[in-house]
Ligand binder design. Structure first.
Ligand SMILES: Nc1ncnc2c1ncn2[C@@H]1O[C@H](COP(=O)(O)OP(=O)(O)OP(=O)(O)O)[C@@H](O)[C@H]1O
Ligand SMILES: [Mg+2]
Length: 403
């Protein structure tokens, strides 16, 4: 089974790309499910068919579904927190602490992910394509199983009674009881989910971008966090590229056919510049590119056209790359950020840091990246470039001397 998850800034084309990928996958003969974890469902609009909470076959091999568990769980989990807080208080805990303890954030996201995993197994799908919510929410969703475990552990420390009570309530409120037959099963489910979501032979994350500055920053941040948590990103998608704008995949771009309209020509130049920036900043990640169509890309026929632009004759289920785009290793007290870079001339590496942004320049090669907060708090002490990998060292912040 393959799970492919498209994420990115609002409006870049996640739903459209997910739907197009699913159509192509189904047409290649794979039993494919396309689902949305975004509460603002637009998958039905994109496919131009009404959808329900059960997988529904749209064309042979293509099933689509809108998951509605989110709101229900959100509502009932709120009630559940109230009860749990009360129980903890009766056990003698301070009110504020009890209420804080009762919060297991992201319960609803965990449940919707469990649902997808369950569907994938029961429906015997070869591929599950996920149209995710905008970046921030999706990152929160993905890091949830891990922090969920932590919270469950924290609650467990308060005794089995509390937990049994909590799970009793969950079982009472949550619509799909099959998911919640006992805490241990639930925790097992979350564990399994975590394994599935970080297994690069099963799951791939793809960041959808447009050749525009703000979109690139958010995409870069997403890749930083996905990499940090070990989620395999196998490609980036650059959607809405104007005709006449082309690149070599290594950051060199050109305009093959300049528009005679000065306004459009200017847009082509801007796009070429940002397309190049994407190819450098996301190196060595494969970049899939799709053109900007002059019509609404809605309905199966149009989406098929988009898939042709995006994948040519490739299969969207392909694992386009393995290997992390960036890694943070611990060496003693230091953190070391490892970045594969294209074969640049070995030269002096210049590092400039501004907040969580790090600018790397080696000769005339320039790359900008967004640091996870653990690194943003520190200063970079130096860098080495060995076997195509740049290693940047971040020693701990020296303790402030107090007189
Ligand atoms: N390559 C393209 N050419 C022309 N129109 C496109 C293209 N890609 C997407 N669109 C259109 O742009 C709009 C936004 O796309 P889409 O809904 O897929 O974005 P999204 O990232 O899912 O947005 P949201 O963050 O709101 O969920 C849609 O109307 C879609 O038809
Ligand atoms: Mg969408």
């Amino acid at each position: 089974m393959r799970i492919i998850l498209y994420l990115g800034k609002g409006g870049v084309g996640k739903t459209t790309t997910a739907a197009a990928s699913a159509i192509r996958s189904a047409e290649l003969g794979y039993r494919t499910l396309v689902v949305s974890t975004d509460i603002a469902h637009s998958l039905a609009d994109s496919l131009d068919v009404p959808l329900g909470s059960q997988p529904q076959e749209i064309v042979p091999n293509l099933f689509a579904q809108e998951i509605n568990v989110l709101e229900e769980v959100r509502e009932h989990w709120g009630q559940m927190q109230g009860y749990l807080g009360n129980v903890l208080r009766k056990q003698g805990m301070n009110k504020a602490v009890a209420e804080e303890m009762a919060i297991i954030p992201g319960m609803e996201e965990v449940v919707s992910l469990l649902h997808i995993n369950k569907q994938a197994k029961e429906g015997q799908f070869d591929r599950v394509i996920v149209d995710a919510a905008p970046t921030g929410e999706t990152i929160r969703l993905l890091t949830m199983p891990e922090s969920f475990q932590w919270h469950v552990g924290r609650l467990r420390a308060w005794g089995d009674l509390t937990l049994r009570f909590a799970m009793g309530l969950v079982n009472k409120f949550v619509p799909d009881k099959g998911l919640f037959t006992g805490l241990d099963k639930f925790v097992d489910g979350v564990n399994e989910l975590q394994v599935v979501l970080t297994d690069p032979t099963i799951t791939s994350y793809r960041v959808v971008l447009n050749p525009e500055k703000m979109v690139i920053k958010e995409g870069a941040r997403a890749v930083t966090y996905l990499s940090l948590f070990g989620y395999p990103v196998d490609a980036a998608v650059v959607n809405r590229i104007l005709p006449g704008v082309d690149s070599d995949g290594m950051g060199n771009t050109w305009i093959t056919e300049a528009s005679t309209d000065p306004y459009l020509h200017h847009l082509q130049q801007i796009q070429a510049r940002y397309l190049g920036e994407i190819e450098r900043d996301f190196y060595p990640m494969p970049i899939l590119r799709s053109r900007w169509f002059d019509k609404e890309m809605v309905g199966v026929a149009r989406l098929r056209e988009l898939a042709a632009s995006l994948f040519a004759d490739r299969d969207p289920g392909t694992i386009f790359s393995t290997g992390q785009v960036q890694k943070v290793e611990e060496e003693g007290e230091d953190f070391v950020l490892e970045l594969p870079l294209p074969q640049v001339e070995l030269d002096k590496v210049r590092l400039t840091k501004r907040g969580d942004e790090l600018f790397v320049s080696i000769g005339n090669f320039k790359r900008e990246l967004l640091l996870p907060s653990i690194l943003a708090q520190r200063d970079a002490s130096g860098a080495t470039f060995v076997n195509g990998i740049l290693k940047i060292r971040f020693p701990p912040v020296p303790a402030v001397e107090t007189a």
